[in-house]
Design a protein. Sequence first.
Length: 149
Amino acid sequence: MSFLPLDIDPQALKGMTDHAEAAFPNECCGFFYGSEDGQIRAVTVSTEVTNSKEGDQRRRFAISHKDYLNAERHAAREGLTLLGVYHSHPLHPAIPSEHDLAVALPYFSYIIVSVQPKGTAHVRSWQLNEQRHFAEEAIVALPEAWRVS
């Protein structure tokens, strides 16, 4: 199974990376929206949500059911598709954790921003395959500095 590449609007991407850097050393989270045309998933908007994880937020994030409902309503109001969730991995690579896998939903893309003390290190996106394992999605036009070689 192959996934459609993500084309992320620069402002939407900036919103995600700015949020990740501001939340450092804690994890941040949010949603992203756009459209899908059978060839590409175009991400046009990202929105922050509060990390509702109780306790230590340096290694975990949680999104409330209310925030998911509000995200679906926002997408419907704006004529957009809720494409996925983004979150940060402070001091860790942009690779899904076991916790990320446990809470992942089918169809959604999961953008992970790896953040170090000096800022964003890498940005990668993942989606669940049919075996319920994460497979990496291509991100087109991602700044070279944030790519993983």
